[in-house]
Design a protein around this ligand. Structure first.
Ligand SMILES: [Zn+2]
Ligand SMILES: [Zn+2]
Length: 91
């Protein structure tokens, strides 16, 4: 990981969990989730902050899977990515 990547990820993580924000749970300490698209290639800008539960837990993106996550919360990764970018670029 480069220095710039580290800096960007830290900034994203400091926003707090994007799903908790959506659910109005407030700012929950978050870790980075990478969206995997375009043949699985990772892109620096395609990351969202998620708390450990909403990331890897049973009610989280990896626990539920993308379809399950969308069904449960009525939103998808792209929605959270838009929210995250809105916050980053308005700050
Ligand atoms: Zn959360
Ligand atoms: Zn993840």
């Amino acid at each position: 990981m480069t220095k710039d990547e580290r800096k960007y990820y830290d900034k994203i993580a400091r926003l707090g969990c994007s799903l908790c924000r959506h659910l109005e749970y407030g700012e929950t300490p978050a870790e980075i989730h990478h969206l995997r698209r375009y043949g699985g290639k990772r892109s620096l800008a395609e990351v969202i902050p998620l708390c450990p539960e909403h990331h890897r837990g049973n009610t989280g993106l990896h626990g539920l899977g993308r379809k399950g996550f969308e069904n449960k919360y009525g939103i998808d990764e792209d929605y959270l990515l838009k929210q995250t970018k809105g916050l980053i670029y308005s700050a």
